[in-house]
Design a protein around this ligand. Sequence first.
Ligand code: GNR
Ligand code: NI
Length: 174
Amino acid sequence: MAKLEILTFPDARLRTVAKAVDEFDDSLRQLSEDMIETMYQARGIGLAATQVNVHRRMLVLDVSDDQDQPMVLVNPEIVHQDGFQTYEEGCLSVPGIYAEVQRANQIRIKAQNVDGEGFEMDADGLLAICIQHEMDHLNGKLFVDYLSPLKRRRVRKRLEKQRRQDAVAASAAL
Ligand code: GNR
Ligand code: NI
């Protein structure tokens, strides 16, 4: 198992549209295990392959209270959606930023597991939000894209400033 590096906004690689997974081999299984470990270590409830610079359509998530029910979705598609819900979202690729996003309330998804077996699943609440958030990543989209251009610019400035301060702190610590 290995912890993977998570790309952060405004890294252009987060804008990549992921390709379908067509080989269900050991490297896919290894990637899913590494992504689950990375998600848990980062205290996230989901992680898309795009965020670890792998541009294939797969994501992991765990919205359970005890963080002991990991799920892997390969080639997910929303086949039905209904209603709206709004939630204050965060993202491991946009650290420290939270904003309200409106998404579908209930979804039905079609996906494959890590062995390539197809299944369908209904989701609502936080699970539905998380799946939609992760599927956006696979299409190169981030939750800050739903904000006004002014707010998004503020987010970018704040993260750039944070990164400069982190760099100063890192060199001072040498
Ligand atoms: O850990 C995460 N929490 C979260 C909270 C509200 C809406 C979406 C999320 S997903 C996020 C992890 C992440 O960035 N996944 O891409
Ligand atoms: Ni995210």
